[in-house]
Write a protein that binds this ligand. Structure first.
Ligand SMILES: C[S@@+](CC[C@H](N)C(=O)[O-])C[C@H]1O[C@@H](n2cnc3c(N)ncnc32)[C@H](O)[C@@H]1O
Length: 268
């Protein structure tokens, strides 16, 4: 790896109040990506897995002479993004339907690329990183933000990570991957990127209602599966490292930690 993992910086980027709503958390993450990407106003930026354009709808404002191209494999997502661009009269946000694993662009087409909460959905992250490397200009770079699991310290941690990933795959399909930071960095570096900086951003939650944390139902499902299988040790580790659920009246109170990894990686 190119440098020491900067776990000391956990709190720096995500110092919002613990009682933020899910949407506020996502807005905050959007600004983390845009600040990390630091685009020049004439840049051509590729937003891979653009979804409904959450990131691109903020990013395009920074590109007065440039543009954002948003690509996504989901027809429904793109329809919503397209409606938003038409309604708001945005001209420098272009939308393309396609897969990250086979980007329909010539090599060296973009100054930078961003990936917000999308990489872990890709059917082949290996192919996607090679494609990203191909379409970036020689001095190009990418900035990605993805949820991550803790690095496993022993075989029980590995089982815990597998159990969490399995619960998310039940909801999102077998292509969904829940990486650790070192796995993410390894994937980018294998495609030829050099990772200039990477951080794990962690924030604590202490909230009523599992719906109030991002992907709360899936986290609850992961714990539920472990309880059902009587995997006591895994449940304890889950509660220590991720989330604990308690009942208060009709509501579930969630306490714990959620982590996102950001990686800035250069093509050269
Ligand atoms: C959780 S959403 C994130 C959307 C957006 N970046 C955001 O932050 O709101 C993940 C997106 O990745 C897209 N996606 C999944 N696999 C893909 C692939 N192989 N190629 C392109 N897009 C993909 C999905 O359709 C979805 O819109």
């Amino acid at each position: 790896m190119a440098e020491e993992m900067d776990y000391q910086d956990y709190q720096k980027a995500l110092q919002f109040d613990q009682r933020v709503t899910r949407m506020e958390a996502l807005d905050h993450l959007t600004s983390v990506v845009i600040d990390g990407l630091k685009p020049n106003e004439g840049d051509r930026v590729l937003d891979v897995g653009t979804g409904t354009g959450r990131l691109a709808m903020v990013l395009y404002k920074r590109l007065r002479r440039g543009s954002v191209v948003g690509i996504d494999s989901g027809r429904g997502m793109l329809r919503v993004a397209r409606e938003k661009t038409v309604r708001q009269g945005i001209e420098n946000f272009l939308l393309v339907r396609g897969a990250a694993e086979k980007l329909p662009f010539r090599e060296a087409s973009f100054d930078s690329a961003c990936l917000m909460l999308s990489f872990h959905h890709f059917a082949s992250p290996e192919e996607a990183t090679v494609e990203l490397h191909r379409v970036l200009k020689p001095k190009g770079y990418l900035f990605s933000l993805d949820p991550v699991l803790l690095e496993p310290g022993d075989s029980q941690d590995e089982k815990l990570n597998e159990a969490i990933e399995e619960a998310f795959q039940e909801a999102h399909g077998p292509q969904f991957r829940f990486f650790t930071m070192s796995q993410l960095v390894g994937l980018y570096e294998a495609a030829g990127f050099s990772s200039n900086s990477y951080h794990v951003h962690e924030f604590s939650v202490d909230r009523r209602g599992i719906e109030s944390i991002p992907m709360g139902a899936h986290w609850a499902q992961a714990r539920g599966n472990m309880v059902f299988r009587r995997q006591k040790e895994l449940v304890q580790r889950f509660e220590r490292n991720y989330f604990a659920f308690a009942t208060e009246g009709q509501k579930t109170v969630v306490t714990g930690k959620m982590r996102w990894a950001t990686i800035r990686a250069a093509k050269g």
